[in-house]
Write a protein that binds this ligand. Structure first.
Ligand SMILES: *[C@@H]1O[C@H](CO)[C@@H](O)[C@H](O)[C@H]1NC(C)=O
Ligand SMILES: *[C@@H]1O[C@H](CO)[C@@H](O)[C@H](O)[C@H]1NC(C)=O
Ligand SMILES: *[C@@H]1O[C@H](CO)[C@@H](O)[C@H](O)[C@H]1NC(C)=O
Ligand SMILES: *[C@@H]1O[C@H](CO)[C@@H](O)[C@H](O)[C@H]1NC(C)=O
Ligand SMILES: *[C@@H]1O[C@H](CO)[C@@H](O)[C@H](O)[C@H]1NC(C)=O
Ligand SMILES: *[C@@H]1O[C@H](CO)[C@@H](O)[C@H](O)[C@H]1NC(C)=O
Length: 557
């Protein structure tokens, strides 16, 4: 039976699509807050359409099981961002968000301007454009945190987009004393529309190369997750076990089997015109503080008797921890302790620790190597940045390894034989109770379609489940993504906005599994040191302490 308006095939299809979309939205609605704690996404979700068939026309994604396909749909919907229409050319900043004209106001709260430890602080952010007119729509990307430099204290805030130009940021108040509010405009909604368009239209703007070699012949061709069809045939390196796609143009005189390495190719030039580039100006409209209309700090009074220490918010979940005297204190669960070199050795004694991922997990590997005098790197003559690496402490029977995740990875040349997917590595582990697995996978995925990332994580999750089924004692940790310092050059491919959305996907996919998340996002945001792709040593030290506190709980062995 056809509805009366369903007279043309396209309309019918649209009708069916909308019905399914609404149905899924309604189903999703039920557990959305649990699913995605940092945003009040019930108000954001329905306004966005990211139907995968409309985009990335030259990308092929491996087919999914019905469950995985439904999960992908739900994740894409729940991580969708409010849409800001693309600005008409030539772009003028006039009607885009201007941090200099926007304001932060501390709300008096229920106790009329008095706060105790355990209370919440709420601030209202009103955004305005470069002409000083209040914005009427949402979609800006804001970050909020609370600091006390003297106490080396800090906590991340939760931002809610009211979709009318105003935003709330909610903070837990875990320490007594002064607390300074910092709200940053990372990108305007207009800039985000451009970032979104780039991923849709130019998912190959970061590219890779491979050298092919046989006998006296050598050729180099371009490789990527998504390769534009040309006259040149493709070599299909899709992984047979995980289904991860990877392609290179076929060399003219060599076979696809002659591929010997993989390396960073470069970046397509000029994907934005100079007008569009105006939307990404450090110090003007990218990662700029928004000033307070009144005071920017409050004095937090001692905790009142009977009040819970840090209460979780009514609209969002609370923070995962906070800094006090420079030390990260995780909320809920593990108490983070400080580990000296000998305490680290003691904790890792008899253990095998495998680290997989990008340079942000290699930092951990390097940190432990530097911290432990008896841990010696076994020289496999592999380049520092790419690895794989291995360190041994014979006396304490500790083995520590680092290996890069599979492509896309923008690294110097790597032998194709060391280019492994995390899922396959996990499947190859002979699990034993003293095995610790730590991985991170985010920094190289920004410019590529979200579908690629979702599939990658689903395949890693399957491997984690298999590992935990066969060796229930294995400890699995995931280091989450973190914000970084942004220049135009970095932003176009690796903006914090790309990162944030991938981080939400990761948290959703591993939710409910027996894996421990180390919240690098909040640990970077809550720290007073500037954002950096590779967070500075004080933050790494806290992350390692957090990891070790999990591996060796206080009263454990
Ligand atoms: C925007 O929405 C919020 C939440 O509904 C409301 O408190 C605020 O007054 C609104 N702001 C404007 C300018 O309408
Ligand atoms: C690449 O190979 C995989 C696995 O054999 C296959 O499923 C896929 O369709 C191929 N893709 C292309 C574009 O040929
Ligand atoms: C392929 O081989 C032909 C004939 O030997 C040669 O002319 C051509 O330059 C080669 N092409 C490449 C890309 O090496
Ligand atoms: C990012 O992409 C742009 C455009 O493709 C390119 O010009 C720039 O070099 C790239 N930079 C980084 C750090 O990725
Ligand atoms: C806010 O900070 C300033 C200086 O940083 C300080 O003088 C002032 O007392 C603080 N205000 C409150 C309410 O704590
Ligand atoms: C979402 O935010 C709106 C506006 O702040 C609020 O009225 C509503 O209760 C929130 N929804 C949930 C489920 O928390």
């Amino acid at each position: 039976m056809k509805a009366t308006f369903c007279t043309r095939r396209e309309f019918c299809a649209l009708f069916v699509f909308l019905t399914v979309f609404v149905l899924i939205s309604v189903l999703r609605h039920m557990d959305i807050l649990e699913f995605q704690p940092k945003f009040n996404s019930t108000i954001i979700m329905p306004r966005v359409s990211t139907h995968p068939n409309e985009i990335h026309s030259f990308c092929t994604f491996q087919p999914l099981s019905p469950e995985d396909a439904l999960e992908e749909r739900l994740i894409l919907d729940s991580t969708a961002w409010p849409e800001t229409p693309l600005l008409p050319a030539p772009i003028s900043l006039q009607q885009t968000s201007d941090p200099a004209h926007s304001t932060v106001t501390i709300l008096p709260g229920r106790k009329g301007g008095q706060w105790h430890v355990g209370d919440q602080l709420e601030v209202m952010i009103q955004t305005s454009d470069f002409q000083g007119r209040p914005k009427k729509s949402g979609g800006d990307f804001l970050l909020a945190s609370l600091h006390n430099r003297k106490l080396e204290a800090g906590v991340a805030g939760q931002v809610v987009d009211h979709l009318n130009g105003s935003y709330s940021a909610v903070f837990s108040l875990p320490w007594e004393g002064d607390a300074q509010v910092e709200v940053t405009l990372v990108h305007s909604g207009e800039a985000i529309s451009v970032l979104n368009r780039l991923n849709r239209e130019q998912p190959d703007r970061v590219y890779f190369k491979s050298l092919f070699h046989s006998g006296s012949l050598s050729e180099t061709t371009l490789c990527n997750v998504c390769l534009r069809p040309t006259q040149q045939p493709l070599c299909n390196y899709t992984d047979l076990r995980t289904g991860e796609p990877w392609f290179c143009y076929k060399p003219k005189n060599l076979s696809c089997d002659a591929r010997i390495n993989h390396y960073e190719g470069g970046f397509k030039e000029k994907v934005l015109n100079s007008n569009e580039e105006k939307l990404f100006q450090s110090g003007v409209n990218m990662k700029v503080y928004i000033r307070a209309s009144g005071p920017a700090n409050v004095t937090v009074l001692p905790q009142k008797e009977g009040q819970p220490h840090v209460k979780s918010s009514t609209v969002t979940s609370g923070p995962s921890g906070y800094y006090y005297q420079g030390v990260w204190r995780a909320l809920g669960g593990t108490t983070v302790r400080e580990f000296t070199a000998s305490a680290i050795s003691q904790c890792l004694k008899g253990k095998v620790v495998h680290m997989y991922g990008d340079s942000t997990i290699r930092q951990w590997y390097e940190f432990l190597n530097a911290a432990l005098p008896d841990l010696k790197e076994f020289d496999q003559h592999n380049p520092k940045r790419t690895g794989p690496h291995m360190s041994l402490d014979y006396a304490n029977n500790i083995l520590l390894t680092y290996r890069s995740h599979g492509p896309p990875i923008h690294f110097p040349p790597m032998d194709t034989r060391v280019l492994h997917y995390i899922a396959n590595e996990l499947d190859g582990l002979v699990g034993e109770p003293n095995t610790v697995v730590v991985f991170t996978i985010w920094a190289h995925f920004g410019p590529f379609p979200m579908e690629i990332y979702i599939r990658r994580l689903q395949s890693i999750r399957r491997a984690v489940v298999r590992l935990l089924d066969t060796t229930p004692g294995t400890l699995v940790f995931i280091r989450t993504a973190n914000p970084r310092s942004l220049t135009l050059y970095v932003t176009i491919n690796y903006s914090d906005w790309y990162t944030l959305r991938r981080d939400k996907v990761l948290r959703a996919i591993f939710k409910g599994l027996k894996v421990h998340l180390i919240d690098a996002w909040e640990m970077t945001l809550a720290h007073h040191l500037p954002h950096d792709l590779h967070p500075p040593p004080p933050i790494i030290r806290n992350m390692i302490n957090y990891l070790l506190s999990y591996i060796c709980p206080q009263n454990g062995s």
